[in-house]
Design a binder for this molecule. Structure first.
Ligand SMILES: [Fe+2]
Length: 228
């Protein structure tokens, strides 16, 4: 006769295995998938084309004694929330001092990369944690929240290009304290803000962010309207 502890463990094991085999609840119940097209943001003044393919990390020295950032997720069709969109992703962000390579320091492609997703839309970004920067050096605390710029080009051209920005939970400079207007930088959109965990080590912040693009694209924010 199995002990009560063994029976309890067995129940837990069966429940876990079953949960891994079953599809998510919405599909069992026939409910409509829930997602919405990821909001666009301004391109900003610091984009340059031609960033090299991403290797292990996109900033120099990211494996040294810095805070690191790892973001993973998938690019998906916003119509059904699950059709993968294999894509080319260009990413760029400020270094830990809030400076952009090519513009504010002399290294053309530091903290910039071109990432190719897998065929299932999965991407992997590993980098230094971005620094905040001020838009107006003459205005105290006119900071932008830490962010990473994304330009996502699905290989299937019917979806169009999405330019957006990714932010991080609990940043004190998110909207309404973002010095960039919410109409062009969109840090008021909770779908662009990820929560981070430190399960690997205290200096590595990890988050998961899925992006949803609809046929015809999610629209553009005219760079002429400014923004960073
Ligand atoms: Fe920026």
């Amino acid at each position: 006769m199995p002990s009560r502890a063994f029976s309890f463990y067995l129940c837990l094991h069966v429940a876990f295995v079953t949960s891994q085999l079953l599809p998510p609840f919405p599909r069992i119940l026939g409910g409509a998938p829930k997602c919405r097209p990821t909001a666009p943001a301004t391109l900003g003044p610091y984009y340059i084309a031609g960033a090299p393919p991403s290797k292990e990390t996109i900033c120099k020295g990211a494996n040294e004694n810095h805070q690191r950032l790892i973001v993973t997720g998938r690019i998906l069709d916003a119509t059904d929330c699950r059709t993968p969109l294999a894509s080319i992703i260009e990413v760029w962000h400020a270094d830990m001092n809030g400076a952009y390579s090519h513009f504010q320091y002399n290294d053309s492609y530091d903290c910039r990369a071109t990432i190719e997703t897998r065929s299932d839309g999965q991407y992997f970004l590993k980098t230094k944690f971005p620094g905040r920067y001020r838009i107006n050096e003459k205005v105290v605390n006119s900071y932008r929240p830490a962010h990473v710029h994304f330009k996502i080009t699905p290989l299937n051209p019917k979806y169009g290009v999405l330019i957006t920005q990714l932010y991080f939970e609990n940043d004190m400079f998110l909207y309404p304290h973002d010095s960039c207007d919410a109409t062009v930088c969109t840090s008021n959109d909770t779908a662009l803000i990820v929560s981070l965990t430190n399960f690997r080590d205290v200096k590595t912040f990890e988050g998961k962010w899925d992006v949803y693009i609809k046929p015809g694209g999610n629209g553009f924010i005219d760079s002429g309207k400014g923004g960073h």
